[in-house]
Design a protein around this ligand. Sequence first.
Ligand code: IMP
Ligand code: MG
Length: 178
Amino acid sequence: MSSDVDLQVCITEADINKTIDRMADEINRDYRDKNPLVIGVLIGSFIFLADLVRRLTFPLDIDFTRLSSYSSGTTTSGEVKMLLEPSIEIQGRDILIVEDIADTGYSISYLMRYLKERNPNSLRLCVLADKPSNRKVHIDIDYKGFTVPGDFLVGYGLDYQSKYRNLPDLCVLGENGE
Ligand code: IMP
Ligand code: MG
């Protein structure tokens, strides 16, 4: 069967692992005595979060939220909705958001605003891939894995129309010209 998509490995599983080791070292240093609440943004961060938290050596809680940004194909409209609220109390906690990719920044700034309104003790952001070329709103990233070009990426949790999340590498999704 012929496929109309073309996948090229952009960041290998080995490089992802090395980078997560480095990020975990930074987070282990900063959160040792804080008992933070780690909040993963579904669905894209599920593999990254699973790999990251297994390298963290201090007590922590884990919760999830799910956001949807209205989009068509590979572009985002900027309108964000929370589909799943975190269920653990935010107030007074040291919160670490774990997100797959920062693109326009709309999702993360929406989530930061939501969490700040609930008075955490601190709020930081950990992102596997930063795509600054598409940024529309400013965000501060405290722990960053990779800076990536503007291409649409799939794999390692990232999807295109719900597919490709299971690929072990981060890949660029292109279209075969017809
Ligand atoms: P935002 O544009 O920064 O709000 O990003 C919204 C969400 O779009 C991210 O959390 C990802 O789930 C998704 N997204 C952004 N860029 C990509 C990409 O290159 N591949 C797959 N998903 C992406
Ligand atoms: Mg996401």
